[in-house]
Write a protein that binds this ligand. Structure first.
Ligand code: C2E
Ligand code: CA
Ligand code: CA
Ligand code: CA
Length: 283
């Protein structure tokens, strides 16, 4: 956007110019990353609260930039969605996630753990179900071991095409998780209109949940309510952003099925996870 100058000349707003430049740089990095394989899927464990075992992993996108280091997804995803290049990044992450799950399986015998992959709205195009079938088949992974994580941005417009694709994915046997639950406008209605298997309670509700008073107490009541509704709707409940033992304790009391967060582990390269498992075996 431009601003009119005193004499009618167009003056570029320096802040906007800066943002434009930043965007262009991210876009450039994305293309480089696609060409040079800088995208990685890091795995963060999701723990079953009744057994304490790892039920699955969430695959989280990282860009390993040779100069800038390991970059987080926030800014990258935003630009990628605006420029529609998210589809190509998504394909890479999806394949990396499934390939790494296969690798984990062959090294550890974890034959029932799942991988949860984040999807942007634009990825829900008609070829997606077939692409999933082919990928799962190629890596010998059964469909129930793939969880498709969506946010309400995917469901918001109640697009019949997206609904059909989600139903197809669900019919394949893949599971659908509703991410960031409770932060949107009408999360509850999505539970009845779409084939949801897993509800992920946003970390904003988990924060301070161990406080017996104030916001913490209210959050606890909200989480109890969300868990009750989710269970009634036959959904598993995962709590996100669990950072402390105290939070985990409350969530177990409430009867949350799974928990994810720094209290258990940060997202890491699968190589590192394998190395650690290997080491534990030799203790
Ligand atoms: P999300 O799907 O809600 O993922 C959870 C985020 O919380 C991740 O941030 C994770 O690293 C972080 N996290 C996990 N445990 C804790 C904790 O205990 N405390 C705190 N403070 N944070 C925790 P990350 O990796 O930076 O990803 C940010 C967002 O980027 C994700 O939020 C997701 O919306 C998006 N994203 C990540 N990977 C992909 C991808 O492959 N495709 C798409 N479309 N989006 C992705
Ligand atoms: Ca997610
Ligand atoms: Ca989330
Ligand atoms: Ca989030």
């Amino acid at each position: 956007r431009k601003r009119e100058g005193k004499n009618g000349a167009q003056i570029f707003d320096p802040v906007i110019l800066d943002r434009t430049r930043q965007r262009a740089e991210i876009e450039h990095d994305i293309h480089e990353a696609l060409d040079n394989d800088w995208f990685e899927a890091h795995f963060q464990p999701i723990v079953d609260t009744s057994s304490g075992e790892v039920a699955g992993f969430e695959a989280l996108m990282r860009m390993r930039h040779p100069d800038k280091g390991l970059l987080s997804p926030a800014g990258i995803i935003e630009v990628a969605e605006e420029t529609a290049i998210i589809g190509r990044i998504g394909d890479r992450i999806l394949e990396a996630a499934i390939a790494n799950l296969a690798r984990l399986t062959s090294h550890t015998g974890m034959s029932d753990t799942y991988v949860a992959v984040n999807f942007s709205p634009m990825q829900f195009e008609s070829p997606l179900p077939l692409r999933l079938v082919r990928l799962l088949d190629r890596y010998g992974i059964l469909p129930h071991r793939l969880v498709v994580e969506i946010t309400e941005a995917v469901l918001m417009h109640d697009n019949p095409e997206i609904r059909t694709i989600l139903n197809e994915i669900h019919t394949l046997g893949c599971r659908i998780a509703l991410d960031d639950f409770g932060t949107g406008y009408s999360s509850l209605s999505y539970m009845s209109r779409f084939p949801v298997d897993i509800v992920k309670i946003d970390q904003s509700f988990v924060r301070s949940i161990e406080d017996g008073s104030g916001i913490g107490q209210k959050n606890r009541m909200l989480v109890e309510g969300i868990a009750a509704i989710s269970h009634k709707m036959n959904c598993l409940v995962v709590a996100e952003g669990v950072e402390t033992a105290a939070q985990y304790g409350v969530l177990r009391e409430i009867g949350i099925d799974c928990a994810q967060g720094y209290h258990f582990a940060r997202p890491r390269q699968v190589d590192d996870i394998l190395a650690e498992l290997q080491q534990r075996k030799h203790i």
